[in-house]
Design a protein around this ligand. Structure first.
Ligand SMILES: [Zn+2]
Length: 394
């Protein structure tokens, strides 16, 4: 941590592939690619870390194949830090195509129907093959709403899974040096069942669960910290609860997490969520919102949300966001962006994504500056005002 403003922290996170200035936002590259933007351009936007999804990469092209190709960084052409999730959330989201018991999550692939068992140990091994800089431990994702009893027993299972996941991670780390000394596995002699530690400097984050029940969250935080991970995440939020409820849970949880370790709020959120959560002690975010909304024609701007497909932009010469310095806003009019969208051009997704990611990364830059200058409260009020409104064109 290098500065603080209330509960907000300005810091630097060190990983095996370089440092990340925090608070930071991680663009989501589900299949090892952030949709609509090349790794080169993502780096050009100033993204210092990205997220990839273990579930998808495990099923296709396979984490063992990625290991044979030298790990995820080399495979996808991104040499900055990568965080991978555990795969649990996506397996959980399969609904009727999965069952959960003490062993882990048994699921049927959405691609070919094949059966898989994702255990806490497997989640560690798959991420070791991928070689991400930050691996997430497997947790149980609780549906919303959940009763107190459901939240408590789910949180207890998550703790048992976290203990198993941590043990496997430390076991692999101990073996990792040896594997490395043996040399990189050859593409000519693949060993699909083997585990290759493609990133010996990988860190593992624990996850706090407990639904919206504050006392269960606090118990989860304390017990997870006792297991001793490199850092900690808050999971199971942004699942349908009100934003105010999420902020309350975050505010009650962060004081129970170590001050000198990053705190990651998983799967969140709107621009206002970023500022509100930083103000409550969060350092890391990921969300599909900027990229997914871009592909649907919804832009985040300094004046609020803007739907570029709206007919009122058909003849509008102004940039999408006059306050934005991105390539899309410097070069093109709303009229052109709307035309691309209506015509179904690939360029629409590319330019809209470029803009939305710029907006999110700029937001994090503003947040970091505000923490240093002690003006986060003003920024928080500005973002609340701008994004509480309906889209600017509705
Ligand atoms: Zn822009």
């Amino acid at each position: 941590m290098t500065a603080a403003d209330g509960a907000a922290r300005r810091g630097v996170m060190t990983t095996a592939h370089g440092v990340v200035q925090t608070p930071a936002f991680m663009p989501v590259g589900t299949q090892g690619a952030v949709k609509g933007v090349l790794p080169r351009d993502l780096a050009g936007l100033g993204a210092e870390i990205m997220l990839s999804n273990t579930y998808h990469l495990h099923l296709r092209p396979g984490d063992d194949l990625i290991a044979r190709h030298g790990g995820l960084h080399r495979f996808i052409g991104w040499d900055r830090p990568i965080l991978t999730d555990s795969g649990g959330y996506q397996a959980f989201s399969l609904g009727e195509r999965r069952t959960i018991d003490e062993r882990g999550i048994c699921f049927w692939s959405h691609l070919d129907g094949s059966e898989h068992l994702l255990t806490p140990e497997r989640a560690v091994e798959i991420q070791a093959n991928l070689g991400s800089d930050i691996a997430m431990v497997l947790d149980e994702c609780l549906g919303y709403p959940a009763t107190r009893d459901e939240a408590a027993s789910s949180m207890e299972r998550t703790l048992r899974w976290e203990k198993r996941g941590r043990e496997r991670f430390l076991g692999l780390r101990a073996e990792g040096g040896m594997r490395k000394a043996e040399g990189r596995p050859s593409a000519l002699s693949p060993q699909p069942s083997a585990v290759f530690v493609t990133n010996p400097g990988q860190a593992q984050f624990g996850i706090v669960q407990g639904g919206t029940h504050i006392d269960i969250r606090v118990a989860s935080a304390q017990a997870t910290v006792a297991l001793g991970f490199e850092a900690y995440a808050i999971g199971g939020l942004s699942v349908g609860e009100l934003p105010e409820t999420m902020y309350e849970v975050v505010q009650a949880t962060t004081p129970h997490l170590p001050e000198d370790r990053p705190r990651y709020l998983m799967g969140t959120g709107t621009p206002a969520d970023l500022v509100e959560s930083v103000a409550r002690g969060i350092d890391l975010f990921d969300c599909v919102m900027p990229t997914r909304n871009a592909r649907n024609g919804q832009l985040f701007t300094s004046e609020g949300r803007l739907n570029i497909k709206n007919a009122r932009y058909a003849d509008d010469p102004a940039p999408a966001d006059p306050a934005c310095g991105c390539y899309a806003c410097r070069r093109f009019s709303r009229a052109y962006l709307r035309h691309l969208y209506v015509a179904g051009e690939i360029g629409a997704a590319m330019l809209n994504t470029l803009h939305n990611l710029t907006f999110y990364l700029d937001t994090m830059r503003l947040i970091r500056e505000a923490i240093v200058f002690g003006s986060l409260e003003k920024l928080r009020l500005d973002y609340c005002r701008i994004f509480a409104r309906r889209p600017v064109d509705s």
